[in-house]
Design a binder for this molecule. Structure first.
Ligand SMILES: Cc1cc2nc3c(=O)[nH]c(=O)nc-3n(C[C@H](O)[C@H](O)[C@H](O)COP(=O)(O)O)c2cc1C
Length: 203
């Protein structure tokens, strides 16, 4: 893919609310989406995302009740709940560096421990960083495949956590709906001027 194709995907991606409820992604398409999305980077390669693909229509309806009745929850081809394992950094971290020379392992494993141990805010921040990167990867890949998406945090996190049996040491980062759009979004509005969001060498 050329640089132009990627910028096209970035430009074309919009938060879509109207999806075709009869459309399904094939298993091959889903595999391609996930195979590529999970190549996104994570600090220390801990890959702490745990994604719930909600295929059960009844569960989707229950989630919609907890998500301000937003139609994309039930109508999109896919509803992904992007969950994060707060403790992934300490669950056999050597598997994230399988195959590297022993001296590299001896360096990285204590570093991982030092970076996260006892630092709940750091653990949580890391989850949100990775979740954002994964979400954008999914949305751009969807774009490339001819689909659209909607990132979502308009829902009751606790209630949705209960509905998907979220493990105790996991958190939900956000949801992403993916599918075939049937309604065009409003033209982009309210974009801030570059001078308000971009700085050279500090504020
Ligand atoms: C973390 C996050 C949560 C969002 N939650 C919702 C949501 O619950 N429902 C919705 O319709 N749009 C949601 N949006 C979409 C934003 O409103 C949208 O991205 C923004 O207005 C810019 O529009 P655009 O994405 O079409 O350029 C969310 C976006 C982000 C990044």
């Amino acid at each position: 893919m050329s640089i132009i194709d990627i910028s096209q995907a970035v430009v074309n991606r919009r938060a879509i609310k109207g999806f075709d409820p009869s459309h399904q992604l094939t298993q091959e398409e889903k595999k391609m989406l996930f195979d590529h999305a999970f190549l996104a980077p994570t600090a220390f390669n801990i890959q702490h995302w745990r994604v719930v693909d909600v295929t059960d229509r009844k569960l989707r309806a229950k989630i919609r009740e907890q998500a301000w009745d937003q139609p994309q929850v039930t109508d999109a081809s896919m509803l992904l709940v992007l969950c994060m394992d707060l403790n992934a950094w300490r669950k056999n971290p050597e598997r994230y560096w399988q195959g590297v020379p022993q001296e590299a392992l001896d360096f990285i494993l204590p570093k991982i421990h030092e970076y996260y141990d006892g630092k709940e805010q750091v653990q949580r921040d890391e989850c949100m960083r990775s979740c954002g990167i994964l979400a954008m990867s999914l949305m751009l890949l969807a774009q490339e495949m001819g689909y659209d998406s909607c990132p979502m945090d308009g829902f009751d996190y606790e209630a949705v956590g209960k509905l998907i049996n979220l493990p105790q040491d996991h958190i939900i980062g956000m949801m992403v709906a993916i599918g075939k759009k049937v309604a065009e979004p409003y033209p982009r509005t309210g974009k801030l001027p570059m001078s308000e969001v971009l700085f050279e060498n500090g504020f």
